[in-house]
Design a protein around this ligand. Sequence first.
Ligand code: UD1
Length: 421
Amino acid sequence: MQKLVIEGGVPLEGEVFLHGAKNSALPILAAVLLCDGETTLENCARLTDVFAACRILTHLGCRCTIRSHTVTVNVCDLRSDTIPEALMQEMRSSVIFLGAVLGRTGSCHISYPGGCELGPRPIDMHLEALQQMGARFHIHGGELDCTVPDRLHGAKIHLPFPSVGATENVMLAAVLAKGRTVLHNAAREPEICDLASFLRMGGAKISGDGESTIVIDGVEKLHGSTYRIMPDRIAGITYLGAAAITGGTICLRGTDAHPMENVLPMFEQMGCRLYPEPDRMHLLAPRRLHAVPSIQTMPHPGFPTDAQAIFMAMLSVANGVSVIEENIFENRYRHVDALVKMGAKIHVSGRIAVVTGTQTLSGASVSATDLRGGAAMVLAGLAANGKTEIRQISHIDRGYEAIETVLQGVGGRITRVDMGI
Ligand code: UD1
């Protein structure tokens, strides 16, 4: 087990190179199952979730090679349609393999995903949509058996909520299905567009991604290709936030403003100055951040729930009172206790968190509660006076590649320490 140790109070300064998006890499790695031959994915971040997805592919019978940030997958005949519980539990988003395995083999057996640190993780929308495409489900003792009596077929589907995972599962199931699938109220996140671009590269017929209605015409086969994963907008927001909370200045390389454009105005409202360029983004923080009247998390293009904890850390030291409303996950304030332990003034009532900015935070010993909550603690630690220790950092490693090395590169006094257990 490892922990992060941070000596706070140093304004960050310098350049960070942004890695590829976790939330693109995972569905795209599932999509690879649908492509015959060899697929090469570039800009694949070295994250524990990405490694877990590769282990699932290997278990199913693919040959997977990881060299630096390039993952090569060879799909011949799959030897299994079953993902064992241990592998399912390694990665919360493993349900994304359901649509791909079904699309490829016509059957799939997985363990039923339980709850997670963000609250219950229902998959009713995934199952209902796949059912409309001809899949049948049998749930028993925590296991989910899926079969397709005939070939999967296109359908007109309306999602009750624009779920990212359900949209991806429908896309994965539909690309090789018979006929046309029209998906209404689809998620519009940039990672959905990245998945669609990858599938199109392999020969899929998809249009409307990035909008509310996605149309997919099933094809007989998809082929392997070489594809570059988009930059990780949430990691980008995190590193901009790290500079902002420490009163620093940062150049984020490897991205333009586009994937983060729904969040950048919030940095400006807080007093940061942003200088976007075609392949990088500069942020110059004010002496002290300003509070914002309201942040409401919403499906894209609204403010992303994944950036909520990051902004809460920043608002903890801003001048004034801010109100956050979390509308996507019911249990996404678990980082609050740690921030309060570090001196933040936050009052939570249901979906609402009221953050009264304080001049300084102080270092403390805390535990990461989830991926973005853990990142928020890193930001708070960088801004705090004194030493912060963060345990349970496996949550953070799911979505940030070597976070300590990146932050050391911009002057952060942060180290990873082996706890020897
Ligand atoms: C994805 C992202 C995650 C992000 C989230 C919302 C990945 C790997 N993860 O997660 O980082 O925070 O989108 O932007 O891309 N829901 C149901 N029934 C369903 C499916 C979802 O009730 O069948 C609910 C969920 O409980 C949640 C909400 O819908 O409250 C949004 O979930 P969803 O968009 O599906 O998130 P994920 O795909 O799990």
